[in-house]
Design a protein around this ligand. Sequence first.
Ligand code: URA
Length: 268
Amino acid sequence: MSNDIDRVKVLEELAEEVKNCTRCAISQYRTKAVFGEGDPYSKIMFIGEAPGKTEDETGRPFVGNAGKFLDTMLNAAGFSRENVYITNVIKTRPPENRDPQPDEIANCRCYLDRQIEIIDPKIIVTLGRYSMGLFLPGVTISKVHGVPYMKNGRVYMPMYHPAATLHQPGLREVAIADMLKLPKLITLLENGTVKVRKSDGSTVAENSHVTHEAETPAEKAETPAVEMKQEEPGENVAPQATEPVQEKTEHKKERTDDGTYQLSLFDF
Ligand code: URA
């Protein structure tokens, strides 16, 4: 979505829709819908799973114990809640914090898709498996956490859900280490070209200056499950400065035959 719309206003209108949404039976139990918050012009959007008790009471995402650790992760990488955007796959707390059901995820998908379209982030960080499953189906969090993927011009970075670190303290360091990759990733995306690896193992230069085009439903349907490719020693390459116009053509050509690429960054 272009910069010429008032994102704050459009998001407020959407939040109002979400507030009044009764598509799911769980809407009758909620205190407040949790739409999302942060900088609507941020380059990074974090997508969690579903509101918990404190979020339901306050109408704000990630303000309970998991949220405190998300703040720690953000701060470690020099971010704050105010300069990123944070939302969830579903906007209503499931009773007893049970897992979101497929129909609830499907019902809420249009709201998440609109948020993504309006904010148009360069990087989407998925927090936990429900969020990851929407964008990178078929992967396993223990294998792909901290590995950035390129899909239709946008980067997806899967990370552990902060709540997982509450149950498994050993994951805290891992979660912070994954978050620390984001500033460098942003710099690479803004300053040049990154090399990406297609799921068939071949590599291609991907110019991050190419403007993102919204995924069409057809493109989405055709996006194959991501295959993880292990890096071979010495295969990684540093980003190269290239001619934007030239790269734009290559980007388009390569994007159409396989929508999902794993970024291959020299020191990730
Ligand atoms: N867990 C989530 O996934 N989202 C929240 O907002 C809070 C906890």
